[in-house]
Design a binder for this molecule. Structure first.
Ligand code: COA
Length: 158
């Protein structure tokens, strides 16, 4: 049984994240979307809200589940018997940061492998903070997030 984890803050989940999650779900038997507390980032949505938005967004993918987590990602991966961490790689600016995180995670837990999936061009420059900024300015985010996420954003910024 191959089990992968797609980790992130998901504040909120976007079509860019969903592209990575869907593609990962075709490579392994099971995917766990691990929603990090990321308290240092002072997220707009609570951990439970972010997990719930991700759950609804992935309902149509049968081998995907969503779980919130706190603490080290490699510890969470170990506790779930996951062998792979799958991350999206967008513009070249992601590379150095992701390289550093992959190297650190390798040091912390060698049994967990990090794999990258390249974002398609239309999501290359998409990020949750861009989506939050657009929503805060009451601009449409329909091209970037599923309808229930757009609704949750407009509620936050009404
Ligand atoms: N498409 C679109 N956007 C994407 C994306 C994709 N495929 N992949 C990432 N992003 C964006 C996110 O939207 C987010 O945007 P924002 O910063 O503008 O809001 C940004 O990239 C960063 O993503 P985030 O979800 O915050 O992930 P991260 O790469 O910063 O890592 C964890 C988050 C949870 C994986 C990491 O912090 C972690 O492992 N935390 C647990 C503690 C730990 O183990 N620390 C040691 C790690 S080495």
């Amino acid at each position: 049984m191959r089990r992968a984890i797609t980790p992130g803050t998901f504040d909120p989940i976007t079509f860019g994240h969903l592209d990575v999650i869907k593609r990962a779900s075709q490579l392994v038997d099971e995917v766990i979307v691990a929603v990090a507390a990321s308290a240092g980032k002072k997220p707009l949505f609570t951990l439970e809200e972010r997990a719930e938005l991700a759950r609804e967004a992935t309902l149509d993918i049968p081998n995907v589940t969503v779980e919130p987590f706190e603490g080290l990602l490699v510890d969470f991966a170990r506790s779930k018997n996951a062998q792979v961490l799958v991350k999206g790689l967008r513009a070249i600016t992601d590379f150095e940061y992701e390289f550093q995180m992959a190297a650190l995670n390798y040091e912390l837990g060698r049994e967990v492998e990090t794999v990258f999936i390249m974002s398609p061009p239309q999501y290359m420059y998409l990020s949750s903070s861009i989506v939050r900024e657009l929503a805060s300015l009451h601009s449409s985010v329909d091209n970037f997030v599923p309808p229930h996420v757009a609704a949750a954003l407009s509620k936050k910024f009404q």
